[in-house]
Unconditional design. Sequence first.
Length: 240
Amino acid sequence: MLKREENVGCGLGVSGGITWFFENEPMGIILEDDCVPTPAFFAFCAEMLLRYQDDERVMHISGTRWNEEYPIEQPYFFTAIGHIWGWATWRRAWQQYDYQMATWPADKRTNLIRQFFSNRRHIQYWETCFDTVYDQTEKHTWDYQWQYTLFRSGGLSITPQKNLIQNIGTEGVHDSGSDAFRHRRTAHPDFQIGGAQINTKRHPDFDAYNMSNYFLRKDPLWIRLVRRVKKISTRHSVAH
């Protein structure tokens, strides 16, 4: 067991814990404290970890399935984006992780993100996120660095047809004023993949849809108003 004597922050705390885990195990599941998995999540991850353990193209297994209204016939499919509300991976994949993102400036100059997205807003979103994290002297996140690792390595993420994780957190360091589309309450405990064999090929249409309908989707107006009032109240309290 890894026990911290002091708080090292969200970035180093989580990434350092994952690094320690994979120094001791060849594969495994990562869950944060506000993610509630269904039993099907563990069965799905176990099957995928074994099935793709030697396929270096596959680097990530998601438990979260956003945008279930988008029709997918197969029990799982492959994406460029790896969601981290309940996920799994292998030591071989995590060994490519770089917390500092040292190679990002060079990859930005060679238009890395355009290999995965054609929409200008989608490209700009990721480039802005990676610029921000790279420029931080003390980094406060770990997950953008992991997504950058997936892009840089051309890694595929396995995504289930159905959502397998409930996120019961409503506010935190990097999130506030959540609503149903960000903190999904519905999960599918009876989900099974059977013996299906899926073509190991990325689904670019879903990635584009996911960007427009999750990453770039605006919160409802009432949530944005509540968030603004909270910020104003905090500033007022500090001023006095």
